[in-house]
Design a protein around this ligand. Sequence first.
Ligand SMILES: CNc1ncnc2c1ncn2[C@@H]1O[C@H](COP(=O)(O)O)[C@@H](O)[C@H]1O
Length: 351
Amino acid sequence: MAAASSAPVDREFTRRLPKIELHAHLTGSISRTCLHEIWKAKKAREPELGLEDPLTAISLEHDINTFFPLFSSYIYKLCNDIPNIEYSTKSVLHDFQADGVVYLELRTTPRAIPEHNITKHDYITAILNILHPHNNDPNNTMKAHLILSIDRRNTPSQADEVIDLALKHQASSTTSGIIGIDLCGDPSKGTIPTFTPAMTRAKTAGLSLTLHFAEIAASATDSELSTLLSWNPDRIGHVIHVNPIFRDRIEKMGIGLELCLSCNVKAKMITGMYSDHHFGVWRHTGLPLAICTDDVGVFQSPLSEEYFLAATHFDLSRREVRDLAERPVPCIFGGEGEKERLRGIFKGFTG
Ligand SMILES: CNc1ncnc2c1ncn2[C@@H]1O[C@H](COP(=O)(O)O)[C@@H](O)[C@H]1O
């Protein structure tokens, strides 16, 4: 093991490395190949379909401004019936597992599709109907759980509806289900304090909370960050525009961090390149921390590549990368049994 540990980190190693993915948006995680298959079948059924082939429509050239419309004006129009939602969810699970992910928390925004008579409840049920058999199949090495997202543009009553759905399908010790609530969406939109009652209700009911945090300067005002922290989040994502006072508060609260390297670099959410990423600052804190993909279908960098990039740009050894991969365990939402399973997996990983 000592000899293996001193070898440089390569892609073969980061693919074999057991990995934990905590920040993956379901629709953003669908590969272009899967979307292409859906598009092809749709185009055969509806030759007049006015949507471009995903292989050309989804480029790598998305910045934070062009990124959000991609969902509402394109991907949601492709994945708009139950068979396609099921097919794409299966494909996302397959891709993460094939990349060596052993624990996945997927998140999605409940979406009604009136033109196909699909309610938000139907949408969630379709996804859970794929997750349940996946988790019950002993051949699968990865367990997957679901978080429901509240979009920043939601009204307070829409936010309440998300909490209602989450409680209706809340995970128990015997079934996989909803384990937490996320706040996401275009960070230039929304009135954050209006979500306080919904978030308080979610926490009180035992749902864990993760929040998109300080993604752009406009969503990182003292007032917004204070409101977000007042909800006692268990984890926060991105965590970019954070001044030393808030950094200190986050450390004292012991909040878990979800950091996304390629997303932040490719969408130009940070100034500079990988070596300038704030992972370089947060990694020296004692906080639980997870390297995450965010939207692997769009940014096209799987989790194994994110670990490879972290190792390359921050000069990490195999041992350090292995420890980094285990670092999220204390902040997963999946319960003590899952933490135990993951600790066992890392114990058995000899590098
Ligand atoms: C920079 N990264 C990000 N920041 C904020 N929100 C993001 C995001 N990436 C994705 N989403 C949110 O997730 C939805 C797509 O997945 P679901 O339909 O919910 O599965 C997007 O519409 C957006 O609201």
